[in-house]
Design a protein around this ligand. Sequence first.
Ligand SMILES: Cc1ncc(COP(=O)(O)O)c(C=O)c1O
Length: 379
Amino acid sequence: MSGPTNWARTRSLFPVTRELVYLNHAGVAPISTRAAEALARYAAEATRRGAFRYDAFYDSEIERVRGRAATLLGAKSEEIAFVKNTTEGLGFVAQGLDWRPGDRILGCDLEYPSNVYPWWALRERGVETTLLPGRDGRLPLEVVEAALADPSVRMLALSSVEFGSGARNDLAALGALCRERGVLFCVDGIQSLGVLPLDVGALGVDFLSADGHKWLCSVEGCGVFYCSAALQERLRPKVIGWRSVANNHDFDTYQTELQPSAVRYEEGTPNTGGIFALGAAIDLILELGVDAIAERVLGLTQRLVEGLQERGAHVVSPRGPEASGIVAFRWGEESIRRTVRRLADAKMCLAARRGSVRASPHFYNDEGEIDALLAALEA
Ligand SMILES: Cc1ncc(COP(=O)(O)O)c(C=O)c1O
């Protein structure tokens, strides 16, 4: 798809459009025909030849997808490990760093539980987590700045976009603050990856984790974990297995030296089928271009916000630089569960989160679907 993107054409890659108005990419996204074909390719090989061509068929695709994921994140291949979900990658950071009693982690009380419990689990090692108070659906920069004055702070753990309000955190400014104070910066990137630009190097991100089943439109259970090359010696693998070691195809000699890359965090056989789907999903995102996707989605969310406001709905999500793919709103006095149920009856997929109805369109949705949603709300 070269030249200006023909968004209408992308709809044919998402057969879900024939049945539903799907506006829940911040929840679990449908997969594209490209991802489905990649899964079928994997299944056909596994069915016909098993592991007969393991290196040529499976290993080569795993390493290709690692490279594509690195491109998407602005990282190097060696900085990417495959994970089973976002939480696993955040857990790698929680369990792998050299914490000392009295260390403090900063988070936010608006975060999804994935980005809270791994840090809370460190309490037994004397590490405290402070959940800074969000305001208007976001974590104000000045609150972080004030909290960073505490010399016991070792890390800031935040998501790129708040899952409830849809407010985009200013990762560049936060990353710069962390860097100035020698504080690590760990990002839950799942609400950005595939829809908003995210360049870990430029943003000063040290660790990032994101599963593939939201904005990447891949399957559940296979995502990516980024650990900057500079920190791989410091972040010990939580589990060390056959795949973590330097010469990991030598099964005859036990070794202690770790892989000189983020593969050290992949302790055993990866989710190869999931990686096939993820690869096709990332290929599609890169083919369309993340900047173009962001522009397209922000255009759709802008149309939705204007339509909601014209109809007197309460829109929670911010616009401007804090806007994301998420529009959180409330429809008058109607309970959020009832609104979502009513829309489901009209074959529209949205979610109820943190006191709001959450709409999260992607690039293949169109203006007609946004208008249909507004009409269904009014019906
Ligand atoms: C911000 C955020 N992080 C993480 C997750 C999911 O985590 P995992 O991939 O571990 O299931 C979600 C899902 O809703 C989310 O919104």
